[in-house]
Design a protein around this ligand. Structure first.
Ligand code: HEM
Ligand code: HEM
Length: 179
């Protein structure tokens, strides 16, 4: 038994965006700020930050749709050959992945909201819900960074499990296959 078409498409679309977002996030924070560059050189930092924020909010929307879909459409039952502990472990990792999929864009948005810069969504300025606050920005920046590393760990465990199932030929990896 497989996941339904919508769940499979959303899984791969969101996975692609999240992997891009992690790469983009780690890359952009290393870029020099305008004040660190010699006069006449323009920083590309703001461009990548705006791209990260827009793509991140897009991801959040898709994630919300996915969660609503998942609540209203059950996952296919796992074959009895999968031991009880493995079923529990998979359930726990999937639950944590959903939790981080939600808290990652939320902490990013809050961090952006408390910064002195505006949050734009593909060019459209979003309303400011709170005044800029350096201390709060720093808190959510730390949360966003810690969550990023938790996310990377969970994704690596998740991919390792998928590869293990593929090698063992249990058929589990086909449950999310686009074919
Ligand atoms: C799935 C969603 C997201 C993922 C996977 C993600 C991932 C990341 C990663 C890996 C970093 C680098 C961490 C660091 O070293 O500080 C980062 C930084 C950042 N993210 Fe996100 N992010 C997401 C959503 C968002 C959203 C929705 C916003 C804002 C609307 C946002 C705003 C930021 C900002 C402003 C930084 C720079 C932090 C700093 O300067 O310290 N992120 N993100
Ligand atoms: C990078 C971000 C990824 C995220 C956030 C993610 C998240 C998830 C979640 C939450 C589920 C559980 C679906 C549910 O029951 O609602 C799932 C299932 C699955 N994922 Fe991923 N995934 C990612 C990438 C990948 C990759 C790269 C692979 C393959 C190497 C993969 C293979 C699978 C498979 C085979 C299942 C079905 C497991 C089962 O039948 O119990 N995922 N994924």
């Amino acid at each position: 038994m497989k996941y339904d078409r919508i769940q499979i498409i959303l899984h791969w679309l969101i996975a692609l965006i999240i992997l891009t977002m992690i790469g983009l996030g780690l890359f952009m924070v290393e870029l020099p700020k305008q004040s660190e560059l010699p006069v006449g050189e323009e920083s590309v930092r703001a461009f990548y930050f705006l791209l990260h924020k827009s793509l991140g909010i897009t991801a959040a929307m898709l994630i919300l749709i996915r969660i609503v879909w998942r609540i209203t459409h059950k996952a296919p039952v796992l074959p009895a050959s999968v031991s009880k502990w493995q079923q529990k472990a998979a359930g726990a990792i999937h639950g944590l992945l959903y939790l981080v999929m939600l808290s990652m864009p939320l902490s990013g948005y809050l961090q952006s909201m408390y910064s002195k810069y505006h949050t734009k969504f593909w060019g459209v300025e979003l309303p400011r819900l709170a005044e800029a606050d350096t201390a709060m920005r720093e808190v959510f920046s730390q949360v966003h960074e810690c969550l990023a590393f938790a996310f990377i760990t969970l994704i690596l465990i998740h991919i390792a499990a998928a590869i293990k199932h593929r090698i063992e030929g249990t058929g589990i990896s086909d449950r999310m296959s686009l074919k």
